[in-house]
Design a protein around this ligand. Structure first.
Ligand code: NAD
Ligand code: UGA
Length: 434
């Protein structure tokens, strides 16, 4: 089989490389020339564990290639996947579908033989129908069937998630479209991955419902963490005690500084917007968005309070800037709210992230970028753990204490042992734990 993947971002690159690993011929196309040149030269433009090896092996075996030319990518393709971005539209929270429609139109114009146009980007319910209308307008003669195949991978674990998903969702309207997609995912039958076959609208909504539900779950445990702090309870044990109930489940009950990333923030906003417009408001999602936004601000205030109400003239080490570990993605990271607020309140920031990212362009001028966690902590009055990279878990409290000038630690990911840090002489605070 042959596939064209439009978009060489986190989803397009990972999905393209994984389909190639399944034995499919994949050509990934991107409009960004520098990205395609890098990929052709064997460099991966994003950080995702294991992706460099997967890409280089499949390129070597002749199953994976990169181009900026859509017609070349579509030559003989059974399916063309849309994996372009759908960011929040400025002002109204809707998903910006301009990349999706532009790419769909390019596909319609370039189509030669019959093909299935599959939306892998996260798009609001009704988008597939609009793509069908667009194709009918631009190329009424083209044999293009539209399908939806939302992607559920997480950054940092993207290859594992793609290769061993909990389910594959396929929304389509013809046997041919279902067959093409089922053939592509055939290797997953061996591990008995459930395939959910639905209509296009349902598939589109499953993706938003799943992301919004996870965002609600995180926000719920964050609010329980606040309550634990007031009541003297421990949110870890609350999460465990709740999560062992099979109906609830233990995953996504880690309290923290608020969810971030390229998807939950924009997808909750877009879902709330669509639900309002269709006259079925998702008020629980609206509340989640507001609570999560407020939480990121509250984290900065928590740091200021822990330092006696003022950080003016203080040096604060911030460990972890990306929105989660094992990614270089800075989109909607809590650090984008917390660090500027601390800098604005007069603090000097010494930041460290294990992976290079765009953080340098996004952080305020008062940020010094350190070479290691201990380097960041050098002479600092406080350490704030914002993202739980594994290398931070192993930091020795005694070495940290010897490096710092002050003794305040805010562990906003509950990654460290409170007792060990207190015994080392720290004023240690975490989230929802005594
Ligand atoms: P991204 O911004 O990393 O990548 C998108 C790529 O598409 C860019 O390289 C861009 O240059 C390219 N592009 C845009 N228009 C194009 C065109 N007409 N032709 C060729 N290339 C074009 O985005 P991403 O994080 O991979 O997300 C893509 C979609 O997948 C979004 O809808 C997102 O919500 C969804 N999604 C993302 C994740 C994730 O973890 N990042 C997971 C599941 C779903
Ligand atoms: C998320 C979903 O998990 C994926 O299934 C989905 O495909 C993807 O969005 C998407 O649609 O793009 P991702 O954003 O990569 O994946 O990362 P997550 O691991 O879900 O983390 C999202 C945010 O929630 C992070 O800021 C993380 O720190 C936070 N989080 C997660 C918590 O605060 N607590 C938790 O228990 C889990």
């Amino acid at each position: 089989m042959r596939v064209a993947m439009i978009g060489a971002g986190y989803v397009g690159l990972v999905s393209g490389a994984c389909f190639a690993e399944f034995g499919v011929d994949v050509c990934v196309v991107d409009t960004e020339v520098s990205k395609v040149e890098a990929l052709r030269a064997g460099r991966i433009p994003i950080y995702e564990p294991g992706l460099d090896k997967l890409v280089s092996e499949n390129v070597r075996d002749g199953r994976l290639s990169f181009t900026t030319d859509l017609s070349e990518a579509m030559e003989g393709a059974d399916a063309v996947f849309l994996a372009v971005g759908t960011p929040s539209r400025r002002g109204d929270g809707h998903a910006d579908l301009s990349y999706v429609f532009a790419a769909a139109e390019q596909v319609a114009r370039a189509a030669k033989g019959p093909l299935v146009l599959v939306t892998k980007s996260t798009v609001p319910v009704g988008t597939g129908r609009q793509i069908q209308e667009l194709i009918a307008r631009v190329r009424p003669d083209a044999e293009i069937e539209v399908a939806s195949n939302p992607e559920f991978l997480r950054e940092g674990n993207a290859i594992g998630d793609f290769m061993r998903p909990d389910r594959v969702v396929i929304g389509a309207e013809s046997d041919r479209a279902f067959q093409v997609l089922r053939r592509l995912y055939r290797p997953l039958y061996l591990i008995e991955t459930p395939i959910v076959q639905t209509g296009i609208e349902t598939a589109e909504l499953i993706k938003y419902a799943a992301n919004a539900f996870l965002a609600v779950k995180i926000t719920f445990i964050n609010q329980m963490a606040d309550l634990c702090e007031k009541a003297g309870a421990d949110v870890h044990d609350v999460a465990r005690g709740m999560g062992l109930d099979g109906r609830i489940g233990r995953k996504f009950l880690h309290a923290g500084p608020g969810y971030g990333g390229s998807c939950f923030p924009k997808d909750t906003l877009a879902l709330a917007r669509t639900a309002q417009e269709l006259g079925a408001p998702a008020t629980i999602v609206e509340q989640t968005i507001a609570a999560n936004d407020a939480r990121k601000e509250a984290m900065a205030e928590r740091v200021i309070a822990a330092m006696g109400g003022s950080v003016a003239g203080k040096t604060i080490a911030v460990l972890g800037l990306t929105f989660k570990p094992e990614t270089d993605d800075m989109r909607d990271a809590p650090s984008l709210v917390v660090v500027p607020r601390l800098a604005q309140a007069g603090a000097t920031i010494r930041a460290y992230d294990p992976q290079p990212s765009h953080a340098r362009q996004l952080m305020p001028a008062a940020t010094h970028f350190a070479d290691s966690a201990l380097d960041a902590a050098e002479g600092a009055d406080a350490v704030v753990l914002l993202t739980e990279w594994n290398e931070f878990r192993a930091l020795s409290p005694d070495r940290l204490k010897a490096t710092m000038a002050g003794n305040t630690v805010l562990d906003l990911r509950n990654a460290w042992d409170p007792q060990a840090f207190r015994e080392a002489g720290f004023q240690y605070q975490s989230i929802g734990r005594p």
